[in-house]
Design a protein around this ligand. Structure first.
Ligand code: NAD
Length: 251
């Protein structure tokens, strides 16, 4: 019996690359995404790659959807080994004076409450076998440009939630880890895939001389869920090509 991994927001972008990577490592993959068309597209893509996968339409901010997701996965597979809380939405870029309460709530509900809800309902079954929860945060939790308040707060919350969950769930042999990606070019993993239009300057901002790819995040996830990472829990990994440590020097 394969181990089972649920990837929220796995229909496109970083989540899609994680789903593909874990699928190639022998996991049965559950794509939980709010977008039905993109979910079906990704399901076909994974199946054509020889990966055992299902798609369950889910809004991670809905308690009903999330509870139904975990029940359905357990009903089908009898286990939940890995949960990747990846579903997330970005910010409008409006100033704090122009941001609305509705916008704040939508971002917090999806990014932070969604991570909490999925963890809560996955634990119901994951505690039978132990497992790993990976929460996708962002470097925006600790490095900002103007006007990112709801998004930055949601991602900072995810890092703090990760610490608390790691402590609470250690008794079930569940490890909990957050990952903070920097700038990731997701064009190849969109539905349909796009051509990247990033400039040389975009790439030069990084010590590694390129922006990140979803595959970079997927490789880290693949390691962190493996037994080789069995001593790792309650920590945040920044993966950003060295972007956040690079000082902008203007003379
Ligand atoms: P994306 O927009 O390409 O994909 C996000 C997926 O999440 C989509 O398939 C979307 O349908 C799904 N989704 C949105 N709301 C949902 C909901 N309520 N319920 C279920 N699914 C939902 O985004 P991405 O760039 O791949 O980002 C993935 C994660 O990585 C997000 O949490 C994002 O904040 C984080 N992140 C991205 C970057 C980056 O540069 N791309 C950097 C740091 C962190």
């Amino acid at each position: 019996m394969n181990k089972v991994s649920i990837i929220t927001g796995g229909a496109r972008g970083i989540g899609a690359a994680i789903a593909h990577k874990l699928g190639t490592k022998g996991y049965s993959i559950v794509i939980a995404d709010i977008d039905e068309n993109a979910g079906q597209y990704r399901l076909n893509y994974l199946k054509n790659s020889g990966i055992d996968a299902i798609f369950i339409k889910t809004d991670v901010s809905s308690e009903h959807d999330v509870s139904n997701l975990m029940d359905k996965v357990y009903e089908k597979y009898g286990r939940i080994d890995v949960l990747v809380n990846n579903a997330g939405i970005g910010f409008s870029g409006r100033s704090i004076e122009e941001q609305t309460l509705e916008e704040w709530r939508r971002i917090i509900d999806t990014n932070l409450t969604g991570t909490w809800l999925c963890s809560k309902y996955a634990v119901k079954y994951m505690k039978n076998t132990g497992g790993v929860i990976i929460n996708i945060a962002s470097t925006r939790a600790f490095q900002s440009e103007p006007n990112t308040e709801p998004y930055s707060a949601s991602k900072g919350g995810i890092i703090a939630l990760t610490h608390a969950l790691a402590v609470s769930l250690s008794k079930y042999n569940i490890r909990v880890i957050s990952i903070s990606p920097g700038w990731i070019d997701t064009s190849k993993w969109q539905v349909p895939p796009r051509t990247s239009n990033l400039s040389n300057l975009d790439h030069k901002q990084h010590l590694t001389k390129r922006v990140g790819l979803p595959e970079d995040i997927a490789s880290l996830v693949s390691f962190l869920v493996s037994d080789e990472a069995s001593w790792i829990s309650g920590v945040n990994f920044t993966i950003d090509g060295g972007m956040t440590v690079k000082m902008i020097y203007i003379d």
